[in-house]
Design a protein around this ligand. Sequence first.
Ligand SMILES: Cc1cc2nc3c(=O)[nH]c(=O)nc-3n(C[C@H](O)[C@H](O)[C@H](O)COP(=O)(O)O)c2cc1C
Length: 342
Amino acid sequence: MKKHEHHQISEVFKTSEIYETKTSETSTFHVGPIPIYGDIILAPMDGYSDWPFRSLCRELGSAMSYTEFVRDADVLNRPHYVESKLTYTEDERPIVYQIYGSNAEEILAAALRLREHEPDIIDINMGCPKNSITNRGAGAGLMRSPREVARIFEMLTRALDIPITGKIRLGWEDRQNYVEIAQIIEENGGALVAVHARTKEQGYKGEANWDAIAEVVQAVSIPVIGNGDVQTVADVRAMKNHTRCEGVMIGRGARGNPWIFSHLDRDEVPLPKVEKTMLTHLSRSLEFYGPERGLVLFRKFAARYLSPYGLPADLRKKILTREEPGEFRELLAVTIQGIERG
Ligand SMILES: Cc1cc2nc3c(=O)[nH]c(=O)nc-3n(C[C@H](O)[C@H](O)[C@H](O)COP(=O)(O)O)c2cc1C
């Protein structure tokens, strides 16, 4: 959020040379007036889609950058608490701020505040399945109030000069109103709808219902992003063929494989590339969060990057408990040499 901070971060990493971002000359689709180049997008994930990981995925080919969700009341009352979640760099654009709340007036007040930080798009979360959030009528709870969804989109699209989008689920087991909600978003000026093809009750389990995404594509003329269970490059193609969606959003599958945005499955990524990306990700984490938190917050990613290699448990533990970035890097280098030697 602090402008000078953005620029510092950009300067440091602008020259990083490891990325072969595949950009196409022609846009794949538009969100309102904003052209999107590419069709694979990192999903917003609380605790994961922070600047270090998000910017890495964007450079590897993710077509736009969704931030972690923030609560409307926090934007207004605890700006300090949400500041790091909303910090981005220019090279991530288009940047999508995601917000959750239950009441149109409050969401509007927060969106107007967020607008000051110059995101390209504001997205309304209607997918979070946590009871603590849905009980308040936010996240997937909003899908139970179609009239409030209409008010939110009507008020925000009228008051703001940037596109407003929605990320939905299928609804609740007793009321799978995804087509209705997608149409309400469109009718009230929304510029895109992303569909996580599970119900609230399913949480993150069970199979995503891609047929439902296809139904939404048929029902609206704004772009649709399909989401749920995409893990491989073949899955990306399969979802697009099955649903005809404009974009595919990848959440959990990207956490251990950001190279999917460069169209590489995990087993196709050569070890030197894994090492380079890990070191870049770690540097960004240290830069962003400082030396202590930076390493701690990187550990969950390191565990996923290393998981395909079946490291002995004691070595794995030793790597993931290092407290000094230098020690971590040294042990990583030795470990990678060991993997190379087989
Ligand atoms: C740890 C975690 C955090 C998430 N946080 C958010 C969030 O902040 N906003 C949101 O819209 N969805 C969030 N999601 C849902 C994902 O965006 C996505 O819809 C879901 O994981 C399904 O996609 P996948 O099968 O590719 O993982 C989160 C998911 C996970 C696993």
